[in-house]
Design a protein around this ligand. Structure first.
Ligand SMILES: Nc1ncnc2c1ncn2[C@@H]1O[C@H](COP(=O)(O)OP(=O)(O)OP(=O)(O)O)[C@@H](O)[C@H]1O
Length: 340
């Protein structure tokens, strides 16, 4: 268990984290995302006891920290995994993982589980980035922390490696049964690996929810845009339905249920057809993504929506196309005055 309430953190007179509330169950992984400088690393450092807190409290069951009741880092039973691995260069993999451990049984377990048997006697300098991060994680988990903090553990690795390692890290954390907060810049990573996602802006949490909820029912436009391609189309709202220039869809009013709303569209909500005789939009740009293409289409009302199509569909800027709503699930609707 890890619980944080009304946590605020200042650097001098500058408040960088305000009134953070969160509670993690045993084995729960929270992905923390937000723009650069929004306070993600500061939160991890405060939880680890590396910087003081100004208000609020951190409660892990065995200890509680407040601005006046400090708990030193070594008493917090926290495991930290950093992007730069932080391994001892002069020690072998085995020695790194077993550092200050009396009983090596758990270390052997994590060495096996994370596929490090062949590297036991190697020095970190001879390992790849992915192997180093496995060693760092094995070392962390072998010490049986009460919670784990991961600060962009995959950011120094190439894309192909990230994809497998993120699942190996998730599986290891689940097997260890510890709550974890995982900071990432990668929105796809945040949505796929976490049990919940916390979106931070200027030191304030905008939403903490399941990945599905954050993506399809974001609490505001900032969260909508931060977690993926998002466009908004004006709609007339009545009886939980919105009528837009490209069709009618069920909607949920997020911040209001006004008669006129802006409906959030993800690329998969918009169906694109190459029908020159029955067109209602012009393609303005196309991004090839491998298995798919992401297309932006400008409508006569000057709204631009995006649609994802198969890579087999050869769509080019300037093409006249027909777009329509292709969703049966409710879309998030925002008041048109809202700019956040
Ligand atoms: N030691 C420090 N002294 C003063 N201000 C700091 C210090 N460390 C960070 N800050 C400021 O606190 C704010 C939050 O920084 P933090 O590193 O937590 O952001 P972040 O979300 O982790 O950013 P990034 O995604 O770029 O790593 C920033 O405005 C930063 O400039």
């Amino acid at each position: 268990m890890l619980s944080v309430s009304k946590l605020s953190i200042d650097y001098g007179s500058n408040r960088v984290v305000s009134e953070l509330d969160l509670a993690l169950d045993k084995s729960e992984i929270l992905m923390l995302v937000g723009p650069t400088g929004c306070g993600k690393s500061t939160i991890l450092q405060a939880l680890a006891g590396l910087i003081p807190i100004s208000e609020g409290q951190i409660d892990v069951g065995k200890w509680r920290a407040t601005p006046t009741q400090t708990v030193p880092p070594e008493k917090r039973s926290v495991g930290m995994v950093f992007q730069d691995f932080a391994l001892f260069p002069h020690l072998s993999v085995q020695q790194n993982i077993c550092f200050r451990l009396k009983d090596h049984t758990l270390a052997d377990h994590w060495i096996d589980l994370l596929g490090l048997q062949a590297f036991r006697d190697k020095k970190p300098a001879t390992l790849s980035g992915g192997q180093k991060q496995r060693v760092a994680l094995a070392r962390t988990l072998a010490h049986q922390p009460d919670f784990v903090l991961l600060d962009e553990p995959l950011s120094n690795l190439d894309a192909a490696l990230k994809d497998t390692l993120r699942w190996d890290i998730r599986n290891a954390l689940k097997e260890a049964g510890v709550p974890a907060i995982w900071v990432t810049h990668d929105q796809e990573e945040a949505l796929s690996v976490g049990d919940r996602v916390g979106v931070l802006r200027d030191g304030k949490i905008q939403q903490i929810d399941t990945p599905e909820k954050c993506f399809s029912m974001p609490s505001n436009r900032f969260v909508a845009r931060f977690l993926g391609e998002a466009s908004f189309i004006r709609g007339q709202h009545q009886h939980h339905q919105a009528s837009t220039a490209i069709g009618i869809a069920p909607v949920v009013g997020i911040d209001d249920s006004a008669a006129e709303v802006d409906v959030l569209l993800r690329p998969d909500d918009v169906l694109l057809a190459q029908d020159a005789n029955n067109n209602n939009g012009v393609v303005t740009w196309v991004r090839f993504e491998g298995g798919s293409r992401l297309c932006a289409i400008e409508l006569p009302c000057k709204t631009t929506v995006t649609s994802r199509v198969s890579h087999e569909m050869l769509v080019r800027p300037g093409d006249k196309v027909h777009v329509s709503l292709s969703t049966s699930h409710p879309l998030a609707a925002f008041t048109i005055q809202s700019s956040t």
